[in-house]
Design a protein around this ligand. Structure first.
Ligand SMILES: Cc1cc2nc3c(=O)[nH]c(=O)nc-3n(C[C@H](O)[C@H](O)[C@H](O)COP(=O)(O)OP(=O)(O)OC[C@H]3O[C@@H](n4cnc5c(N)ncnc54)[C@H](O)[C@@H]3O)c2cc1C
Length: 408
């Protein structure tokens, strides 16, 4: 009996469950296979990210050093990365820093990753210069910025494509960067095209691969890849490169003497209040989605309304008639790209996970700590959906009361 090699089901469960407090500690260790042989996972460091791209999991390295991977408090205790320095740059690669709510967008981080690849491939010291109008809320030392030119002022606030183009043109004249890289999305897509006109360059748009002399650009409504010569202004698609992650970068501030932009200033009248329920799911930034684990539907709708979230649903919730078909998220529903996606009582079937692969932050509310949605989520609340939503509503009500009394 004692000669039998037995697998420890508890250990196997911990290894499958990324949220277990001992997961990090145990996952790096060799485990006993079905034949009794000790086996070491040859791919302990790699994970597949939401977009299907293989990424190095740095927290796993932390685990090897005895740091629990998913302990939120300890996330910042990762081993310090080496600093990447460019002493006296002989050349610059300029990147327009696209932000959302004061934070670099994931698209911009991919572009910075591409810029660093181009910079390190050169023989002479080349710095990645980030050009930014506005404020940054989070530290960006991991993003790949060697030099930062940050410009603030009313002339550049809000949506000011003409002022931004003038700024970039002045930077171009002063520093003569080798090329300009911009995310081909949102306002930076427009800026890139304007900058191309100003610099007399034909911009390369929809670029997803940059070779020595040529680029591959996606065109023809996304069905065609065109190889064309490199341009000094290149607009890059998302996932053109992996974001930086090997180093901390200096982010050394730069100053330039700039003349204030002249010309038409667009007056930003601020965001228009919209009913979150009216926003098409594909465009919604904040989604509260319900699945088969929701029991109290009026409470769910109340929570969405109080939080100002657009409502989404799993197919089961739709098939059961609790939510309209146009709110279904997933492979056969809508593919969403919200900044925050809260999944209430959704198990995380593969068809549903496909639909949320582009979401930035996923929060799972579920009774089952082992379900796939919990594995996908950045943050999890384990418990009954009704209880957790009730606590959330209570919290919002308390905050609102406190704000009213503070204001009085
Ligand atoms: C061809 C095909 C296409 C499909 N396309 C889609 C699609 O586009 N979108 C989609 O969503 N699905 C799709 N599905 C269905 C999909 O496979 C799943 O069946 C579905 O996503 C499951 O929905 P669910 O997670 O809400 O329900 P369940 O799988 O039943 O999960 C319910 C979850 O709620 C939790 N729970 C239960 N009670 C509570 C409680 N009181 N408090 C908290 N948590 C609780 C459970 O732990 C569980 O995790 C498709 C299926 C097929 C075959």
């Amino acid at each position: 009996m004692s000669d039998l090699n037995r697998r420890d089901p508890r250990l196997a469960w911990i290894l499958r469950n990324r949220l277990h407090p001992r997961h990090g500690e145990l996952s790096g260790q060799p485990t006993r296979g079905p034949t009794g042989l000790l086996r070491k996972n040859p791919r302990p460091q790699w994970q597949y990210g939401p977009s299907g791209v293989r990424r190095l999991d740095r927290l796993q390295r932390g685990a090897a050093a005895g740091v629990s991977r998913l302990s939120v408090n300890k996330r910042h205790e990762q081993p310090a990365l080496p600093v990447h320095r460019v002493g006296e740059p002989q050349a610059y690669i300029a990147v327009w820093l696209q932000t959302s709510g004061g934070r670099l967008t994931p698209h911009c981080k991919d572009v910075l990753g591409q810029a660093q690849q181009l910079a390190v491939a050169r023989e002479e010291p080349t710095a990645v210069l980030g050009v930014l109008c506005g404020e940054l809320k989070d530290p960006v030392d991991g993003a790949g910025i060697d030099r930062l030119l940050q410009v603030n002022g009313e002339a550049y606030d809000g949506y000011q494509p003409e002022a931004w183009t003038t700024l970039c043109t002045q930077v171009d004249a002063a520093l003569q960067p080798l090329c300009w890289l911009l995310p081909d999305s949102g306002t930076s897509a427009e800026l890139g095209r304007r900058l191309g006109v100003n610099l007399g360059e034909r911009p390369a748009t929809g670029v997803w691969k940059i070779d020595a002399d040529t680029v591959l650009a996606r065109n023809g409504a996304g069905n065609l890849d065109i190889s064309r010569p490199r341009s000094r202004v290149m607009l890059l698609l998302e996932e053109c490169a992996l974001p930086c992650g090997e180093f901390r970068y200096e982010v050394r501030p730069m100053t330039l003497t700039l003349t204030a932009p002249t010309g038409t200033r667009l007056e930003d009248l601020g965001p228009v209040a919209v009913d979150p329920a009216e926003i098409p799911l594909a465009e919604a930034e904040f989604i509260l989605a319900a699945g088969n684990g929701v029991r109290d539907w009026p409470q769910f709708h109340r929570a969405a309304s109080v939080l100002g979230a657009s409502e989404g649903a799993s197919r089961v919730a739709v098939d059961d008639g609790f939510m309209p078909r146009n709110r279904q998220v997933g492979a056969t529903g809508t593919w969403v790209s919200a900044r925050v996606y809260i999944a209430v009582g959704i198990s995380g079937a593969v068809q549903h996970l496909q639909g949320i692969s582009k979401c930035e932050q996923v929060i799972a509310i579920n009774r089952d700590a082992d379900c796939d949605m919990v594995k996908r989520a950045n943050l999890t609340a384990i418990g009954d959906s009704g209880d957790i939503l009730a606590a959330l509503l209570q919290l919002v009500a308390t905050r609102a009361t406190r704000e009213v009394s503070d204001a009085a």
